[in-house]
Design a protein around this ligand. Structure first.
Ligand code: NAG
Ligand code: NAG
Length: 264
């Protein structure tokens, strides 16, 4: 099967913000040598999510709730979903209520494993769609919203340590997510150019079949969440010295070469 998924998301732009010189109040330092590290780390990541809700303007980080995404472009070839879509002026609400269930940090590589739950997310925007979902041809453009509920997300992030101004930082290089949802409601206005009987029956059909719909959207949603998370994590960790988070960080223990960057 020929399968192409191409997504372009505009969330964060490269920023030249100054990194934190002193530990911000929302950062809790944990020690890898502490047997209770995972509990400490879970609370620390929860504090971080709480601070991210309203945003951190001092490091040019926009708010996570609401999260504004100017543009998402999706191009996906053959398969159950065959979609050529654009979503504009997207507003995502709900991530401010993220509950951290688990946070682990690899003792050697410092890669992160994080598990979170978001009770309710609402994604609103303007769509322009030409494609197939569940083999139903869909054409239209207008307002739309999606509401996944009880979303649990497993996040595996790879990091590389590097040095800047004599301080260690995490360079988050990859982020992989797996998620589950407990429900999905959605509505697309003006489907089929507003032939309202078709629009209503199609929306009703998609809602009644939310599970296969959400399965068919999985590659798109996974990639979207990964790109958003990666952008946020990079922006945070390029600005937050790693030893503020892990007090006994052992840079020499990692098998990954520390990349020296000159004073910036
Ligand atoms: C949310 O989902 C998890 C597992 O995915 C489940 O254990 C839990 O009971 C669900 N909670 C609610 C409120 O539906
Ligand atoms: C972070 O890692 C990426 C990918 O390996 C690399 O291109 C980039 O230069 C690194 N950035 C820093 C600041 O080390």
């Amino acid at each position: 099967m020929h399968f192409i998924l191409f997504i372009v998301i505009t969330v964060l732009q490269y920023s030249t913000a100054e990194h934190y010189k002193t530990k911000p109040s929302f950062i809790r330092t944990c020690f890898k040598g502490d047997p209770e590290f995972d509990d400490c780390s879970k609370d620390a990541v929860q504090n971080l999510f709480n601070a991210l809700g309203p945003g951190l303007p001092e490091i040019d980080l926009p708010s996570l709730d609401p999260l504004n995404i100017p543009q998402i472009r999706i191009l996906q070839g053959d398969g159950p979903v065959n979609v050529n879509a654009a979503l504009d002026n997207v507003v995502v609400t709900g991530f401010g209520k993220t509950e951290v269930l688990l946070s682990q940090v690899d003792g050697r590589t410092y890669d992160f494993y994080t598990k979170v739950r978001v009770p309710k997310i609402r994604i609103e925007g303007t769509y322009d769609l030409r494609g197939k979902i569940l083999l139903i041809p869909l054409v239209g453009s207008g307002l739309c919203w999606f509401e996944p509920s009880n979303m649990t997300i497993d996040i595996v992030s790879s990091v590389k340590l590097y040095e800047k101004s004599g301080l260690p930082f995490f360079n988050v290089t990859q982020c992989h997510v797996k998620y589950n949802i407990g429900g999905l409601k959605l509505h697309m206005s003006n489907l089929f150019d507003g032939i309202s009987s078709l629009e209503e029956s199609t929306n009703a059909y998609l809602n009644a079949n939310w599970r296969p719909v959400s399965e068919s959207l999985r590659p798109i949603l996974s990639k979207t969440i990964e790109d958003i998370l990666l952008g946020f994590m990079q922006q945070i960790f390029h600005n937050l010295p790693a030893n503020f988070m892990i007090g006994d960080l052992k840079t020499h223990l990692t098998n990954k070469k520390i990349e020296k960057k000159g004073n910036i």
